[in-house]
Write a protein that binds this ligand. Sequence first.
Ligand SMILES: NC(=O)c1ccc[n+]([C@@H]2O[C@H](COP(=O)([O-])OP(=O)(O)OC[C@H]3O[C@@H](n4cnc5c(N)ncnc54)[C@H](OP(=O)(O)O)[C@@H]3O)[C@@H](O)[C@H]2O)c1
Length: 334
Amino acid sequence: MEAIYIIKNGKPEIAFERRKINLSPLKNDEVSIEVEAFGLNFADVVARLGMYRDCPPLPTVVGYEVVGRIIGKGEEVQHVNMGDRVVAFTIFGGYATHVNTNAKAVVKIPDDYNTGKALALAVQYCTAYYASHIATNVLEKETVLIQAAAGGVGTALTQLCKLKGCKIYGTAGSEEKLQYLKKQGVDYPINYRKQDFSNEIKEKVDVVFDSIGGKSFKKGLNLLNYGGRMVAFGAASQLEAGNFFKKVKFGLSFGFYHPAMFIMNSKTLAGVNMLKIGIHKPDILQYCMQNVVKLAEDGKIDPYVGQMFPVEKLNEAHTALENRATKGKVGVYW
Ligand SMILES: NC(=O)c1ccc[n+]([C@@H]2O[C@H](COP(=O)([O-])OP(=O)(O)OC[C@H]3O[C@@H](n4cnc5c(N)ncnc54)[C@H](OP(=O)(O)O)[C@@H]3O)[C@@H](O)[C@H]2O)c1
């Protein structure tokens, strides 16, 4: 049994080290999984760079999702069996050949379901599902703005909002990604590295999904219609805030708000952190996992797999994600 540890913060070449591991004894509500592949998420890059507050102290194994087979199960576990192929949301520890995880975060998938698509269903589709069905419930035909829409969560949000017949504004950072957004059904793709999205959008929107933070958050909030909802779930632009002063400036760039501004205009600000949901509300995570797997089985959503890398190319995969060179899901197989 092996895992990829982060041993230092910095570039992948110095950050990662492959080590032997032993699994801790299986708890009654857990399953053991022999891992076929694990998913990469933007938070892994932030953790590697030492900018992720929730990351455990180093050396540590990150990774929020795996696809594999059940090789052990606790006494309380009923809904999956030995040998089942499953997708699992893991609270860290996913970059490994074997993991133990709470069975509520595990859903059975067909033997022939594409591995990369299955990985996407864990963190990225669950986050998108939680953001669009629980943090706020997007209504039929509403107008929505999805930031970083070509990414993993962005693609998932696009597909889930499309199911509700929404009019979608989607931002991305290259012309190639804009073409991808058109194919995904984004009505108004905007290259936010060339144009100010807040000038390009000439109407108020009902829901903004913001994963960029800083000025993007503030401008998005200003675009909200009466009754509008802002769902904030990330701050990707923090990677540009290198030193202490830039970090302070970045923090201030979100703006300052008083509840009266939300009450007077009937606006909502919701925050999402799926890690906290997974730890403190496992039933809600299970609800999201089961719903997205069902939507995929019914052909209503279809995750896009940007690239699957062999584990020997983990550094390349991480660099691509950090450099904004990926679309949809990025996964790594053993
Ligand atoms: N709160 C939660 O529970 C939760 C869960 C999952 C993900 N997230 C957040 O949701 C966002 C998307 O996650 P993901 O895993 O699906 O990643 P992703 O969207 O596939 O990749 C991140 C994307 O962010 C965009 N970006 C904008 N500014 C950036 C910058 N300064 N540096 C790097 N990338 C930048 C890039 O797209 P463009 O090239 O198009 O700009 C990049 O491809 C991330 O911010 C992540 O932290 C939050």
